[in-house]
Design a protein around this ligand. Structure first.
Ligand SMILES: C[S@@+](CC[C@H](N)C(=O)[O-])C[C@H]1O[C@@H](n2cnc3c(N)ncnc32)[C@H](O)[C@@H]1O
Length: 1016
């Protein structure tokens, strides 16, 4: 969708010069390989195609559902509306048939069922067409996605494909002050500057990047801006990569497909992804302000205290009026609780009538009953009164304040009694099914227009009409994007914030509480100019500095990403930030803005954990699974997906990881950013971290998957997996002078990944942990507790020589498995006696989980480590530690020189020197891999015995297990899976606490797959 005959300047050019190069609609453009005389013609052409597509959907699908076969044929017959391959159409028809079967008796038409499935927004075709700018953005599923891929995609050919990358993570918070980031708010945004390094690392210029939960479209901005980086960002990134030893970034725009369920999230994405002429926008805004001055200016006039001059209102502070529970008198909250000298609100305040001490909790709402003409109903609403006005006089920057006088009150009264002459949304809120809706309903807000005070509603409806009248469609979109900033800011939700940055005063623009529908007791009604002046300047600055992407190689689709009309193996990279459980209700929060566009997200398919909407965690997990399965299908083999996860609850984290693995991906790296240090930490236990997690997962190559099918369940398959997995992992990670242990290269994580890979493909795991560890040590070189491929170890050794030390991962001890890793880390650093390690161990286990059986340190040591009892040679591990002391090193060297001691090939020291033996005696150390495997065998037996005890306990008592060794359950499940005893897995899983099962990725994986095997 490139533009022709346009010369684009370097970004950050001075305004006037940049404007000379600005695109005008009269320049010819090419789009998806087609040429048009100008952009307006391009828009007309694609809008017409979209119109035909919508018409065809209505004509062919607006019939009652009769059968799956009929649905399939109808879907297949669509000519203007591509739905993917035959297989996908069949699957869609099956889903529709299934949905129809759950609505038995109801006469539902196929179109409605189809729309539910694909996330087609609720609204009229005309409203969809009005908002869309195809093929870049459609306010419904984008029918041009197939064309986009056909035109821009590079087909995947396993025979010639030689793509290879290591996992990579970048700071998810970087760039939060960039003007593009602050141009428009959206819940939990990832700045484009944080995404760009990932895209540059994983892709080549021209590649296609997909984000299936794209929200405000930052992934698209990032992808396209790789072709027009700002000079400072470019220089910094190049320097950073050079320092880290990475090859330099390959600059050049990438293409983006952005999918989100919400038409208004996508409208933000559209406005930030598709450039606009700064000059044309200025023209439109000048005209807009002129018109609103004429139509609305009088509503915001107030008389100065001199009784002569007229000022322009900046804002009016409104206060809730309570009823005193003691005397039933009116209590104006601001009058009683607010101290204008300090700017603070008192928690306790007095009733002005009876002097009773009150709090906001103890007071009752005072309701006003009125006839709401917009809906033709008598309603009651919490009472607010204006208490203060801030205004300015023409030609004077002073901010004056006054109490509303009779003119102000008369104006307010008049506006309350007049209906706005322009359209505004009057639809009903989904009370009971929507976040905070009870809080709203209690206050008398049950319809969208009731969020607004009368003057604000007059102003907004007029501004919305005026913005919509601008003839140039692209500029009109951007103008609406600007006016949208008022939809939340002009509601009663705009809190009066008297103190900002520790001082009285400050801007009252957009002071609503983010992420909730909260109506405060003191609210600010701002004027349109007060909100929009600053907003306009900021938007105009972005445009004149040419900061928005100009490549126009983006396709934004308003649809559910659980069902994508995108061909298999066609996407080069996925960067996504999915909804994380129940933390933010995107769908609900988008409703208010959607109401103004008269287009609503179809929330049936919203990926969310929300009991109000009958979506328990299991439904969320299932939807995530479907979404990642689609990602897996469309991603080219061997390519990567980055998933950003805002850590909320362990349960959600487990569900996401499970969904990623279940889809077929292999997780190769999980990191979190340490903002204090500006560095990344690998994550070994999710619950312990509160920041964003960055998960890097890859789709195994098709060549490997094919081979694995033949080898599945054999030892060969296991080692083939390990080889292929090691190939994807970073070889050497350093921070300055220090190298980092790469968690994924440690034996226990390799074992977990291998097991998951088998279970997720429904294959038995042919090796026990002990056999795996022994085999790993035999086949792969080990360094610093990590395993490598032979060519990787050469690189590791070479780089290792240039750093001072290898830093260990931070391990949070919460259970047996993490305790073993923690002990291993301690004993690798220094072999220790029981007395030495015991006090540290007691501190480390402070976070031990309730359900996890407490284990004695001695038991853990005996099951997993070795102790030198003073007999025979001193083990190599202890010797190398002793050699770090100059004193002991001298004694060892002397003994060896005198021929009294001997160092064996293994590094063990054969000596009779009492001092050396005494020093080494009773020290616990980490066994070498062969001995570790022997120990593991014994441990596994013990774990299985313990598991057997649980099985017997369950059989005899039928009660839930309360405290147990999760390691024993994992071992038991592993064996049961091997023996295809799926019933046993399900029975035991159902007898352990639900939260434990849901939070343990391994147990959950076995349980889910066992259920599938049993056909449940
Ligand atoms: C965490 S937000 C993404 C925010 C985004 N990274 C940004 O910078 O603005 C998750 C998004 O997923 C969307 N979503 C939820 N369910 C979806 C589905 N089934 N298909 C597509 N999008 C969905 C929500 O509307 C929301 O915008």
């Amino acid at each position: 969708m490139e533009k022709q005959n346009m010369v684009y300047s370097q970004p950050m050019m001075p305004v006037r010069e940049a404007e000379r190069f600005v695109q005008t609609d009269s320049a010819p453009v090419t789009c998806l390989g087609m040429s048009f005389p100008n952009d307006e013609e391009r828009r007309k052409y694609f809008l017409q195609r979209l119109r035909e597509g919508l018409k065809e959907l209505r004509e062919k699908l607006s019939v009652p559902f009769v059968s799956m076969e009929d649905t399939y044929q109808r879907l297949k017959s669509l000519e203007h509306w591509p739905l993917g391959s035959d297989e996908q159409i069949l699957e869609l028809a099956q889903r529709i048939a299934h949905a129809a079967s759950t609505m038995r008796g109801k006469n539902v038409d196929i179109l409605r069922l189809y729309k539910d499935e694909v996330g087609f927004p609720h609204g009229s075709d005309e409203d969809i067409l009005a908002l869309s700018d195809p093929p870049y953005y459609t306010a419904c599923p984008n029918p041009f996605l197939e064309d986009f891929i056909r035109h821009y995609g590079k087909p995947y050919d396993p025979a010639t494909d030689n793509y290879r990358r290591e996992p990579f993570a970048s700071d998810t918070g970087a760039g939060k002050t960039h003007p593009i980031y602050t141009a428009h708010s959206y819940h939990s945004k990832i700045p484009h500057l944080a995404i760009m390094p990932c895209i540059l690392h994983y892709t080549e210029p021209g590649d296609i990047v997909l984000d299936g939960f794209s929200g405000s479209g930052m992934t698209g901005v990032a992808a396209q801006l790789c072709g027009q980086p700002e000079p400072e960002f470019k220089a910094n990134l190049e320097a950073e990569w050079e320092k880290a030893g990475h090859p330099p970034p390959k600059w050049g725009a990438r293409r983006a497909i952005l999918i989100d369920l919400s038409p208004v999230a996508n409208f933000i994405a559209y406005n930030l992804n598709v450039d606009v002429s700064a000059r044309e926008f200025k023209k439109a805004v000048d005209a807009f302000f002129k018109k609103i001055e004429a139509e609305l200016g009088w509503m915001y006039e107030t008389l100065h205290t001199d009784g002569r001059r007229k000022g322009r209102i900046n804002y009016v502070v409104w206060s809730e009026v309570f009823t005193c529970p003691n005397c039933a008198g009116d209590v104006v909250f601001m009058d009683q609780a607010y101290n204008p000298k300090t700017g603070k609100f008192a928690k306790e305040f007095e009733c002005p009538h009876c002097r009773a001490v009150l709090t906001t909790q103890s007071c009752e709402h005072k309701f006003t009953t009125y006839f709401d003409k917009a809906i033709g109903e008598t309603v009651r609403k919490v009472t607010y009164v204006p208490v203060e006005i801030e205004y300015t006089l023409p030609g004077d920057k002073t901010k004056y304040r006054k109490k509303p006088d009779e003119h102000d009150l008369a104006l307010i009264h008049r506006l309350a009694n007049e209906q706005p002459k322009d359209w505004f949304p009057t639809a009903k809120l989904p009370i009971g099914k929507m976040r905070d809706s009870n809080h709203l309903a209690e206050r008398g807000i049950t319809h969208y227009h009731q969020f607004y005070l009368p003057r604000a509603l007059h102003a907004l409806s007029t501004m919305w009409r005026i913005a919509g009248e601008w003839t140039d469609a692209r500029v009109r979109g951007f103008l609406k994007f600007m006016v949208e900033q008022c939809f939340w800011g002009l509601t009663l939700m705009n809190r009066y914030q008297s103190i900002q940055f520790g001082k009285i005063g400050g801007s009252q623009v957009n002071r609503f509480q983010p992420g909730v529908f909260y109506i405060p007791q003191a609210s600010t009604e701002t004027s349109p100019w007060y909100i929009l002046d600053g907003k306009y300047k900021r938007l105009q600055k972005i445009l004149t500095a040419r900061q928005l992407p100009t490549s126009r190689q983006v396709a934004i689709s308003t649809a559910s990403s659980l069902q994508l009309p995108i061909p298999d193996n066609s996407i080069d990279y996925i960067y996504t930030d999915p909804p994380f459980g129940d933390a933010i209700k995107y769908g609900d929060l988008n409703l208010l803005i959607e109401a103004w566009h008269n287009l609503f997200s179809r929330l049936e398919n919203e990926v969310l954990w929300d009991e109000l909407k009958n979506k328990p965690l299991s439904v969320y997990a299932d939807m995530m699974r479907r979404a990642f399965a689609e990602c897996y299908r469309i991603l080219k083999p061997g390519r990567w997906m980055t998933v950003v996860f805002h850590n909320s609850k362990n349960l959600v984290w487990t569900a996401i990881q499970e969904a990623i693995g279940n889809a077929g991906f292999v997780i190769a790296d999980v990191r979190t950013l340490d903002r204090g240090q500006g560095s990344f930490n690998q994550v070994t236990a999710a619950g312990a971290v509160k920041q964003d997690l960055i998960i890097s997962a890859y789709k195994p190559t098709s060549e490997f998957e094919e081979r694995f099918k033949l080898e599945a369940g054999t030892e060969k398959g296991v080692w083939d997996f390990v080889r292929s997995h090691l190939k994807q992992l970073p070889v050497f990670v350093s921070k300055g002078e220090r190298a980092e242990v790469i968690a994924e290269r440690q034996n226990y994580l390799l074992f977990d990944r291998m097991v998951a890979f088998h279970v997720q493909r429904g294959v038995t795991v042919p090796l026990s942990a002990a056999e795996f560890y022994a085999g790993l040590a035999q086949r792969f070189p080990e360094r610093d507790g990590m395993y490598f491929l032979p060519d990787q170890v050469v690189e590791y050794d070479r780089k290792r020589m240039n750093v001072r030390e290898v830093v260990q991962l931070q391990i949070y001890v919460t259970d047996e498995a993490s305790a073993i890793q923690w002990l291993k880390q301690q004993l690798l650093k220094k072999p220790q006696t029981f007395q030495e390690i015991h006090p540290q161990f007691m501190k480390a286990i402070a976070g031990w989980q309730k359900h996890e059986k407490p284990l004695e340190l001695r038991e853990l040591l005996e099951e997993n480590f070795l102790c030198y009892d003073g007999k025979g040679p001193i083990p190599a591990q202890i010797v190398s530690w002793m050699k770090q002391s100059s004193n002991l090193r001298e004694i060892i060297n002397e003994e060896v020189e005198k021929g009294k001691a001997e160092i064996a090939a293994s590094g063990a020291l054969n000596t009779t020197n009492a001092e050396l033996i005494e020093k080494a005696k009773n020290r616990w150390y980490v066994p070498d891999p062969n001995k570790a495997s022997d120990l593991e065998k014994i441990r596994e037996k013990a774990l299985l015995k313990e598991f057997q005890r649980y099985v017997e306990e369950i059989a005899s008592t039928h009660r839930r297990l309360k405290v147990f060794r999760i390691e024993a359950i994992r071992a038991g499940f592993r064996k049961a899976w091997q023996e295809k005893d799926y019933n046993l897995i399900v029975t035991v899983a159902q007898r352990i606490p639900e939260n434990v099962l849901q939070e343990d990725q391994q147990l959950l994986m076995w349980y889910d797959h066992a259920l599938t095997r049993l056909g449940k």
